[in-house]
Design a protein around this ligand. Structure first.
Ligand code: GDD
Ligand code: MN
Length: 391
């Protein structure tokens, strides 16, 4: 049936206006922060038609269940529960793409961001004078004193400086997690955003074609209310990974680059262990007493290097899928060892064939090493940390 335009029912919020603002709340273990946060949003956004979208990565503390409980009472709160996924940036992007609201904000769900700033941020965008509003921890009038984390202030300062240098984005806090923009601006470039790590604002600013007119709001960055920070340990590392992903991620995938770098460090570990072993047991005077010192040393060194690679990859390359607990770690280690030994056999086999056909030893060895690392990466990403893995 064809309905005349005027008969179409328009979705109207309780305040009597169509939806104006969506607030995306990425969460991981924020169960006890949600209820009070919705209350604070409600108080701060009187007279504004809003909805809030929790994007939860299947938090073990049941954040998504709590969000659903709240939305039964207050349907302005919605939930996206992602299974088998982790990451602040990708959660923010998915949340921002999941609303019909013309304007969308992203903020932390742990009360570190003051909802009172939202109406002013919205007015700046609705006025047409600005394309993006954001809350800065480091501009004139802002404060990080209540945060009580001088180490993090320092880390953020470092990341912000580097970000300004390499991207040319001139904001006092491009690492801020509290910002707002028109959803169509976001959607136009969403497919080009990296989605890795946490520097989503910087990513947006560096990705859009036409520079955005930015309005800065000083933020009094509070201490987290409940629970603990997920970015504490990895903030600088993730930042560097994010920059890499933006620049070179399309040429050599970020995870593979990390895997390869750790592999290269593993070679150094191998050589160090081997030389220590040979110094101790393989000295000229000892020869003959210990049969096959080199073979024993080489085996010990290989096991050490592989173990080193396993734990480093588990902590960094697969930080988002990290295996924890004694049994999963041991199982992961064994699977990694198996993968690597197949890779090693292929490595030796292929390089030997190449040498046999007259290729010089070193280029032949290099081909073997590269082939084995691609193999190790492909297999371990599936069987150790992937969908066929222990988790
Ligand atoms: N869905 C999802 N997935 N949410 C996440 C994830 C994740 O993997 N990791 C963190 N979050 C959520 C948290 O639950 C919280 O609501 C928000 O993202 C910020 O995470 P925190 O763990 O509280 O970060 P922080 O306070 O240490 O970091 C602050 O500084 C960063 C820059 O230095 C925040 O303001 C960040 O937004 C900011 O980028
Ligand atoms: Mn926080």
């Amino acid at each position: 049936m064809n309905m005349p335009q005027s008969d179409l029912v328009q979705a109207v919020d309780a305040v009597g206006k169509p939806l104006e603002l969506a607030i995306v709340l990425p969460t991981f273990n924020e169960r006890n922060n949600l209820e009070t946060l919705v209350e604070r949003l409600d108080a701060a956004l009187q007279g504004i038609a809003w909805e809030a979208i929790v994007v939860d990565d299947n938090s073990p503390d049941g954040t998504a269940d709590m969000a659903r409980q709240i939305s039964l009472r207050d349907p302005r709160l919605r939930v996206i529960q992602r299974i088998g996924r982790r990451g602040l940036s990708s959660a923010a992007i998915e949340g921002m793409c999941a609303t019909a609201s013309p304007v969308v904000a992203v903020m932390d769900a742990d009360h570190q961001h003051d909802p009172k700033l939202l109406p002013g941020m919205l007015r700046a965008i609705q006025s047409g004078e600005y394309d993006l509003s954001y809350a800065s921890r480091f501009c004139e009038g802002a404060s990080t004193e209540a945060w009580n984390r001088p180490d993090r202030v320092k880390a953020s300062g470092f990341a912000n400086n580097l970000a300004r240098k390499v991207t040319g984005v001139q904001l006092t806090d491009p690492m801020s997690g509290f910002f707002m923009l028109r959803t169509e601006t976001l959607r136009a470039d969403a497919h080009r955003l990296s989605g890795v790590g946490f520097k989503i604002l910087l990513d947006i600013l560096a990705t859009v074609e036409t520079p955005l007119r930015v309005k800065e709001f000083p933020l009094d960055f509070a201490a987290r209310a409940e629970g603990e920070s997920k970015l504490d340990r990895t903030v600088v590392f993730e930042f560097l990974v994010g920059l890499y992903d933006k620049w070179l991620g399309r040429i050599i995938p970020t995870r593979f680059a990390l895997f390869g770098t750790i592999g290269a460090v593993g070679v150094i570990v191998h050589m160090a262990v081997l030389s220590a072993f040979l110094t101790a047991f393989g000295g000229p005077g000892m020869k003959g007493q210990l049969v096959g010192a080199f073979e024993v040393g080489q085996t010990i060194a290989a096991v050490c290097a592989m173990t080193f690679n396993f734990f480093l990859n588990n902590a960094l390359t697969y930080a988002d899928k990290r295996l924890t607990g004694f049994v999963p770690l041991m199982r992961g280690w064994a699977k990694f060892a198996l993968t690597c030994s197949v890779g090693l056999t292929a490595n030796v086999g292929v390089s030997a064939i190449l040498v046999h056909y007259g290729i010089h030893e070193y280029p032949a060895a290099l081909v073997g090493v590269v082939m084995a690392s691609v193999w190790n990466f492909a297999l371990s990403s599936k069987f150790v940390w992937g969908k066929y893995g222990a988790n």
